[in-house]
Design a protein. Structure first.
Length: 233
């Protein structure tokens, strides 16, 4: 079965990258990104019990998938890895078990307010920009300390770590300085925090540089790239 074979191959590559960096492979968590995956493939993945975390870019997409999957959706933690608009914070607080893309105090405040009366804190991560691209979400490294300080004013949020998206460079080895930079920022400003970095094309480099979570979609589901999907639309 392709799905199982893909997962086995990814876990083998995570283990190999961990061993090269003299890290414990079991410390690296796989986040299955289901943004472009057919619902039945997501269902099969959850039935296998092969992952504990699922990543989605949009609140409404995750909500629809969870409704379609029924009780099976509750077997994993749903993580928001895309930009969150403040007007969707209330819905996001209901749909997701973690929000990895906090990029402003305004968003954090909206989430914190949405959690009024909740019995548990919502795990969140701060997204840091690793490129100069204007379209990429996240705070700059220089803005990070102020946002982390501001998050202390929102007690319903539990800051777990930092998330970053590396630039799309060739060869892939050229992304290493970006991951190293995020690790250095974590070490300086959030020493006990986790690092959520690395995607299908560069996750091995990310693991070597200290990633605790890697976000992989295409290589799990063997789906076409977003560009090719848009071309077919």
């Amino acid at each position: 079965m392709a799905l199982i074979d893909n997962l086995n191959q990814i876990r083998y590559r995570i283990r190999a990258a961990s061993e090269r960096a003299r890290r414990n492979p079991d410390a690296v968590r796989l986040v299955a990104v289901t943004k472009y995956a057919p619902l039945e493939d997501v269902r099969r993945l959850l039935e296998l019990g092969a992952v504990a975390d699922v990543g989605e870019n949009r609140v409404q997409d995750a909500e629809k998938k969870k409704q379609a999957l029924g009780p099976l959706a509750d077997t994993v933690r749903w993580r928001l890895i895309g930009h969150l608009q403040t007007n969707k914070a209330k819905k996001a607080a209901l749909v997701f078990g973690a929000v990895d893309s906090i990029d402003s105090e305004k968003v954090a405040a909206a989430l914190d307010a949405a959690l009024a009366g909740a019995q548990t804190k919502l795990p969140v991560m701060v997204q840091v920009k690793l490129t100069s691209r204007q379209t990429q979400s996240g705070v700059t490294p220089g803005e990070l300390p102020a946002l982390l300080e501001a998050l202390k004013n929102h007690p319903r949020l539990d800051v777990e770590g930092l998330m970053g998206v590396a630039p799309d460079l060739e060869p892939v080895e050229d992304v290493r300085p970006s991951f190293r930079r995020l690790r250095e920022l974590r070490d300086r400003h959030l020493p006990k925090g986790l690092l959520n970095m690395g995607m299908s094309r560069d996750f091995e480099v990310a693991v070597e540089e200290g990633a605790d979570l890697v976000r992989i979609g295409a290589q799990i589901f063997s789906q076409p790239s977003p560009a090719s999907l848009e071309a077919q639309a």
